[in-house]
Write a protein that binds this ligand. Structure first.
Ligand code: AMP
Length: 283
């Protein structure tokens, strides 16, 4: 089993030790309930660093008041078993009360990027993400941290935070890992019943359809969004939260598709919010 570190102080000491020995630390922050998407980050970290630290922490500050953090799937034993296969050096699994002790008052927010896309319907979400990631960087002291492109906006916001605050941590993004039928892997997929699981396939299909339309010469974002909306509406009960066609760095919406472009969407299937995206490159 991987070594589990619960206290902030012990994790800091452990990382100090690694650093003193000149060992490079690769870090994979997660909320647990691990799947192949997480594992792809762990494998990359393992390949490129002397030491790999994975954190498992369901961060309360990134959940909205109407989002049920208690229901978020957890299975520490299973996660640890899985991680032991990849010989990670430490699993940092702190308690919320140690990360945010009574009287905690400090937040980090990347203004301008945090309010867009998913931030519009999840106010405060990215502030919670950047605050916890900054704290984890301070505690774990990684050289490189690994994030998934599935949460595209998240890695954009984190890259900006790292640059703006001169954090000196390299950020690496890895491609979205999908189920055989195209659904992006997510811990939240466990919320879906059989029927909803089938409906969820329309998300990735609509992104691929968008790509096909762009490749066929359509450049109007409005037209692409309308086509995606029509396709997604074939799944009964699916509610579109947003479809964004935007610059992949600034996240500014683009009315005409040109160059490298992010098409990102979030939908609700019942109460489950699922996200996915595709990056296209066109003349
Ligand atoms: P989470 O546990 O959902 O907070 O995710 C932890 C990290 O794993 C984040 O950097 C995610 O972007 C990444 N991740 C989640 N799902 C996938 C996936 N299907 N493919 C690649 N990375 C993923």
């Amino acid at each position: 089993m991987a070594k589990v570190v619960k206290s902030v102080e012990s994790m800091m000491k452990l990382s100090d030790g690694f650093r003193k020995k000149g060992l490079s630390i690769g870090f994979v922050p997660t909320m647990g309930y691990l799947h192949e998407g997480h594992i792809s980050l762990v494998k990359e970290a393992k390949k490129r660093n002397d030491i790999v630290v994975v954190s498992i922490f369901v961060n309360p500050t990134q959940f909205g008041p109407r989002e049920d953090i208690k229901k978020y799937p957890r299975d520490m034993e299973r996660d640890l078993k899985l991680l032991s296969r990849y010989k990670v050096n430490a699993v940092f699994a702190p308690a919320a009360k140690d990360i945010y002790p009574t009287g905690y008052r400090t937040d980090i927010e990347v203004k301008g990027l945090s309010e867009k896309l998913c931030g519009a319907s999840r106010p405060g979400h990215f502030k919670g993400v950047t605050t916890i990631v900054a704290k984890l960087f301070i505690i774990v002291k990684p050289d490189v941290a690994y994030f998934g492109e599935k949460d595209y906006q998240q890695q954009v916001v984190i890259r900006k935070m790292v640059r703006d605050l001169n954090m000196g941590v390299k950020i690496k993004s890895m491609p979205t890992v999908r189920e055989k039928d195209g659904l992006a892997m997510s811990s939240r997929n466990t919320y879906l019943n059989k029927e909803d699981r089938v409906k969820a396939l329309v998300i990735n299909r609509s992104l691929n359809f968008a790509k096909m339309l762009v490749n066929s010469g359509i450049r109007s974002s409005a037209k692409i969004k309308a086509a995606m909306t029509r396709l997604m509406r074939t799944a009964s009960g699916l509610k579109i939260d947003h479809i964004s066609i935007c610059d992949p760095e600034t996240l500014d919406e683009r009315s005409i598709i040109k160059g490298k472009t992010l098409i990102a969407t979030a939908v609700y299937i019942g109460k489950t919010r699922l996200i996915d995206n595709i990056v296209i490159n066109c003349a």
